[in-house]
Design a protein around this ligand. Structure first.
Ligand code: SF4
Length: 444
């Protein structure tokens, strides 16, 4: 009997891409393939690309080369956002055999009858308007956490963003499917589920193929809260204008949803927010942060921010810096603006020089470190619950509390995927928190 063919995957970008790689990998398994690590010999290498990644083309070429190093005759397939946006560009990369767009990636195994290599990669793509159907996904980030896709695409028109072009209109999984997938994940012994999507606050739109909201994001949160066996649910990233008081209040009362929010701000200047076509002003953002802190004083709040957007003068940048400095938030994810083809922002005047963008990014990363430290300090001497992760990092095991404080202790395999009540004690030189156990033994 012939040995099963081997397939390896590489994922760039967000949690949503990770969840979709898992779904694609399962379809290979159903066809009898064996999954191996990307640095091992495989017959097929699948690269799930991202359009947000800086130097996406350079990164992609390096990954293709890595695959060829393991097997020079391997069949290389590119899928994902970048494959949808620039299929011809990827197909022209030496060694690439097949490029599948947004509608084709989940039918990948239909393309495996002929694995002959050609000089030029074959493209099977579509107009993004055709990407109007929904494919549910979930993945296991490690052995302790799963990413559950609940929504895809986006109907917003932020002027810097290519995601609507790469992923299509906003559409959602049915509530029934989401609950079903959540149950499957918890049955596998996974303790934490992270909800993912492009714009998850828009949940319910396109749920049954129409543009109306059949359910709201709050309905989703309330329904998930009742699924038995899930220890923790984390809302990943949610637009501030879609994060309603009712959801915040529900999370505050829930034993399963954790007090951690990641809310994109992008700029602390209303002028820049308008030019970005964001759907809120900074006053609404302050209001969201205050509401969360009012009902969950220990909540962790992460913020996405973009520096160097066209027209961001020194004054506007300082306005953003001071705004964030004054706000009760816990960390920042800083993105340096870079022009993307086919976006309105790429045509805008008053371009910020690259050197200035880099300097501003550095300043905000410094502010982020300060915010994180202040947040961790505010949590010392408090009792929290830690979920330990599955990786041995230089002799240590790491974990996160419900409110996303990172802790570490010497490696002990019996801790993996267990929850423990701990007392947060001090911040180490590496910025990670040390703890003592409040109670002996495992919670679950
Ligand atoms: S909300 Fe704006 S930034 Fe986010 S995916 Fe939609 S268009 Fe892009």
């Amino acid at each position: 009997m012939e040995d099963p063919k081997k397939v390896a995957f590489y994922t760039l970008g967000c949690k949503l891409n990770f969840s979709e790689t898992s779904t694609i990998a399962r379809s290979f398994k159903d066809e009898g393939f064996t999954r191996v690590d990307f640095n091992e010999y495989a017959d097929i290498y699948v690269i799930n690309t991202c359009s947000v990644t800086d130097n996406a083309d350079k990164r992609f070429k390096t990954i293709v080369k890595q695959a060829q190093k393991s097997n020079e005759n391997a069949f290389v397939i590119a899928v994902g956002c970048y494959a949808q946006l620039k299929p011809e560009e990827l197909a022209a990369v030496d060694g690439v055999d097949l490029v599948l767009g947004a509608t084709e990636k989940f039918k990948i195994t239909n393309y495996l009858n002929d694995l002959t290599k050609n000089d030029m990669g074959e493209v099977h793509s579509c107009e993004i308007e055709d990407a109007d159907f929904y494919v549910g996904s979930y993945s296991f980030g490690d052995r302790t956490r799963a990413f559950l896709k609940v929504q895809d695409g986006c109907d917003y028109k932020c002027t810097y963003c290519t995601i609507p072009l790469a992923r299509g209109i906003s559409r959602s999984d049915t509530l029934e499917n989401v609950l079903d997938n959540a149950k499957k994940i918890s049955d596998k012994g996974i303790k934490e589920i992270v909800l993912t999507g492009v714009n998850i606050g828009d949940y319910g739109k396109g749920e049954f193929g129409n543009k109306k909201h059949e359910h709201t994001f709050l309905d989703l949160v309330q329904a998930l809260d009742t699924v038995e066996g899930i220890e923790r649910l984390r809302i990943s990233s949610i637009e501030p204008n879609l994060l309603k008081n009712e959801t915040i209040e529900f999370v505050a009362e829930s034993d399963t949803f954790v007090p951690h929010f990641h809310i994109p701000l992008q700029s602390g200047s209303n002028e820049i927010l308008k030019n970005m076509r964001r759907r809120y002003m900074k006053e609404l953002y302050v209001d969201r942060v205050n509401k969360i802190k009012e009902v969950m004083p220990d909540a962790c709040i992460g913020v996405d921010v973009i520096v160097g957007f066209p027209g961001e003068t020194d004054e506007y940048f300082l306005e953003t810096y001071n705004f964030l400095n004054d706000l009760d938030i816990s960390y920042l994810h800083v993105f340096t603006y870079s022009e993307r083809d086919n976006t309105l922002a790429a045509e805008m005047q008053a371009v910020v020089p690259l050197k200035v963008r880099k300097k501003r990014s550095k300043m905000l990363r410094g502010l982020s470190a300060k915010k994180r430290r202040a947040f961790y300090e505010s949590q010392l001497s408090k009792a929290k619950t830690v979920l330990f992760e599955g990786e041995n990092k230089e002799g240590y095991i790491h974990g996160f509390t419900e409110n996303y404080v990172k802790v570490k202790t010497p490696w002990d395999p019996s801790l993996v995927n267990t929850l423990h009540k701990v007392d947060l004690q001090e911040i180490g030189e590496d910025g990670i928190v040390r703890f003592s156990y409040v109670e002996e033994g495992v919670l679950t």
